[in-house]
Design a protein around this ligand. Structure first.
Ligand code: NCC
Length: 276
């Protein structure tokens, strides 16, 4: 299989992946009593467009990076799961426009999803590792974690905060882009939040800077910048096809290798900027 160049990869991504979210008029949700808690319109029609965006990975290598000011200078900032800003402003900034969370975070007691103020700034976007090629009803009846019960509870407590759920088709479309561009078969688990969030921002922004997804010279076995926990699998992947995701992002990067080395910074064009 021929290895696609960066511009071709970017166009393939733009043409084959669509950021889709669940809306209240979508079956089987539309016939459920809580359907009206779902947004009426798509995330991509409600948010943005933004000029510049930052995607802040949760990697340990952000610690002591001093990137906070640079990150906050973007028009929109996306963060992941339980990654805090309080106490880490110097390294990761303090602005949160969108927080992408997996269903494990919503369900586990440690993260206090329903009560912690960590989740209350910006728009929330949740996703759940849906079975490959399952339809919405199959997924609804066996989600990985109880994403829908937690969603309903959160919406009741915070009815004014924008809160979207990604359509599982999106995660598998992204997965397919990875698989189609790798020589060997990759594990049939959805991409990490990191890549999903990056593609989401490429749909909303003119320019996307991703921080410490491709590790800089600060690369460390520290898993997260906010926790004293060491595991190289956080950076290299285990469940998620993370190393393959990083390979793809490296090939799409329009910035320099020096930017990666010093800032852990990747520059990607928004899909609207591409002439495919
Ligand atoms: O660790 P996590 O991700 O929350 O990190 C967000 C994204 O940042 C990138 N990352 C993170 C750490 C690191 N050293 N290098 C990185 O490149 C990854 O792209 C990652 O996606 C997830 O993808 O949702 C994940 O969530 C955690 C966990 O569920 C949450 O942090 C809540 O505790 C997963 N960990 C476990 O299941 C134990 C992780 O595998 C993926």
């Amino acid at each position: 299989r021929p290895k696609l160049s960066g511009p071709k990869l970017l166009c393939q991504m733009k043409e084959n992946v669509e950021v889709e979210t669940l809306t209240s008029d979508l079956q089987p949700f539309s016939s459920l009593p809580w359907a009206s808690q779902l947004p009426m319109s798509q995330l991509t029609s409600d948010l943005g467009p933004y000029r510049t965006c930052a995607v802040v990975s949760s990697a340990g290598s952000l610690r002591y990076s001093g990137l906070g000011k640079e990150i906050d200078s973007h028009d929109a900032v996306l963060r992941f799961n339980a990654a805090p800003t309080t106490g880490f402003e110097k390294d990761v900034g303090s602005k949160t426009t969108i927080r992408l969370i997996n269903s494990q975070v919503m369900a586990s007691d440690d993260h206090r999803f329903l009560s912690s103020s960590l989740y209350s700034s910006g728009a929330l976007v949740a996703w759940d590792p849906a079975p490959f090629s399952a339809d919405l009803s199959q997924w609804y009846n066996r989600t990985d974690y109880p994403i829908f019960t937690q969603y309903q509870r959160y919406r009741r407590l915070h009815p004014m905060q924008p809160f979207y759920i990604l359509h599982p088709r999106f995660e598998w479309q992204v997965w397919q882009r990875i698989q189609d561009n790798m020589a060997e078969p990759i594990q049939r688990n959805p991409p990490s939040s990191g890549l999903l969030g990056t593609i989401l921002m490429m749909s909303l922004c003119e320019v996307v800077h991703v921080y410490e997804f491709l590790p800089s010279r600060r690369k460390t076995e520290l898993c997260h910048y906010y926790q004293r926990f060491y595991d190289a699998a956080c950076t290299l992947g285990a469940y998620h096809p993370l190393l393959y995701e990083k390979n793809l992002v490296k090939r799409m990067n329009q910035g320099s290798d020096h930017d990666i080395y010093t800032h852990g910074r990747v520059s990607l064009p928004g899909f609207r900027q591409l002439n495919c």
